[in-house]
Design a protein around this ligand. Structure first.
Ligand code: FES
Ligand SMILES: [Fe+2]
Length: 428
């Protein structure tokens, strides 16, 4: 198919596919829609590529993917973040195949053209095969726009994309709240695992803002944890557990209202008995209020923040999605810890993460079974809509003028699909 990359062109093919209360089933199954999403969404807006703790020093780099295009994210000697297309300017080979590491630059394995961390072409072997018209300055690795907020690094193929600050908008307040789970320490990533499911990327995008499925799909997880933890995540009838649409496709789903601002502690929360050994250990060197602050932060922030289109800051981890094809998606779960914080706490945070999100955990495998089934089912009757109307009857506006409703409602999905519709119709 051909799609126009001219941002002033309008394309009405997608106008009728998303309404406020439903979207077309073909959004999960139509390869033509998928190709257009890559161009109109993934290659036009900001896409999350890294957290700064993943590339902590000069020369640190990691690989990432935007849509289908491989990129290298690195930190150079000046401390700048660079996001470079992983494609040699000579005949197109990838210049780096190591997932993560440290380097002074990147040398293509095919004919050894070498590039600096900022993408400049530094060397061409046997240059006498070229005349003096070949200027190395003209052949850097392609650089993307890159900006960061609170350690979250985003990149864009679109040179005219709006400033990241504007794109994140009201989500920034929630990013700041999310980072408070460091309990005074900066957040750091501490490992990840990656898996694929046989379903469309938007099924995952919906799931992070889907409180409705939690007590149903995650019944096995609920029955595997202590009573206090199960009680903490029992938000079905909690009126303070709400979802706010935040604009530009972003939303926040609050599941543990008392953990929205982890610096705020009225002292009423009982610390779970399962953490007694940690309290004992930390109390040897820390005042009681700091011990409490750290242990209250163990499960992460009390909410899932969905940043359109590809990252969720989900309680205590990042969930990053990468569209592979119309019916296949890669997910990366990146566990978070406290940079410089007590090791016993970071270790416990990893165990909690594995218990839900790990490949043998009680949470994510159940989620991905549901996602596979959504894809399988929606192959039947592609003309039948996907309903996202839950809670429309009780949706209101919050003090910022954003739509808000109970966390079990589909307000976050409606926000994501409103942005999807704008971008697919070239209105954003
Ligand atoms: S393809 Fe990279 S140097 Fe030839
Ligand atoms: Fe889930």
């Amino acid at each position: 198919m051909t799609t126009s990359l001219d941002p002033t062109a309008t394309d009405t093919r997608f106008a009728d596919l998303a309404d406020d209360d439903r979207v077309a089933g073909s959004l999960y199954t139509d390869p033509e829609i998928f190709e257009a999403e890559l161009e109109k969404i993934f290659y036009r807006t900001w896409v999350w590529v890294a957290h700064e703790s993943e590339i902590p020093e000069a020369g640190s780099f990691k690989q990432a993917t935007i849509g289908r295009q491989p990129v290298i994210v690195n930190r150079d000697r000046k401390g700048n973040f660079n996001v470079l297309l992983n494609r040699c300017r000579h005949r197109g080979a990838s210049v780096c195949e190591v997932p993560k590491g440290k380097a002074n630059g990147f040398t293509c394995p095919y004919h050894s053209w070498s590039y600096a961390l900022d993408g400049r072409l530094r060397g061409i072997p046997y240059p006498d095969g070229y005349d003096e018209d070949l200027d190395k300055k003209d052949l850097p690795l392609q650089s993307l726009r890159v900006e960061s907020y609170a350690g979250m690094i985003f990149a864009s193929f679109n040179p005219d994309v709006e400033p990241l600050d504007e794109f994140l908008g009201d989500a920034k307040v929630w990013i700041d709240l999310f980072m408070k789970q460091g309990a005074g320490y900066p957040i750091k990533t501490q490992g990840e695992h990656c898996f694929r499911f046989r379903g469309n990327w938007k099924i995952q995008l919906e799931n992070t803002t889907d409180g409705y499925h939690f007590p149903i799909v995650h019944r096995s997880w609920m029955s595997s944890v202590d009573a206090e933890t199960a009680d903490m995540l029992s938000f079905m009838t909690d009126d303070n557990a709400v979802t706010h649409a935040l604009g530009n496709g972003h939303s926040v789903a609050i599941m543990v209202p008392e953990h929205v601002d982890l610096d705020h502690d009225d002292g009423s929360e009982k610390i779970q008995a399962r953490f007694d050994h940690i309290v004992d250990e930390l109390s040897k060197t820390m005042p009681a209020d700091q011990v409490r602050r750290i242990v209250r932060s163990m499960h992460g922030a009390g909410f899932n923040l969905n940043i359109f289109p590809n990252v969720a800051m989900s309680m205590s981890f990042f969930r990053v999605l990468r569209p592979i094809s119309v019916d296949e998606t890669e997910i990366r779960h990146i566990a978070l810890g406290m940079d410089g914080g007590p090791e016993i706490v970071n270790r416990e945070r990893l165990r909690i993460h594995e218990h839900f999100q790990g490949p043998f955990g009680f949470g994510s495998p159940d989620d991905s079974e549901a996602w596979d089934r959504v894809q399988r089912g929606s192959r039947g009757a592609p003309g039948m809509p996907i309903m996202v109307n839950r809670g429309l009857n009780r949706e209101g506006l919050d003090s910022n003028g954003h739509r808000t409703s109970h966390v079990t409602d589909e307000t976050g999905m409606r926000e994501a699909y409103a942005m999807w519709k704008k971008m697919m119709n070239d209105e954003h």
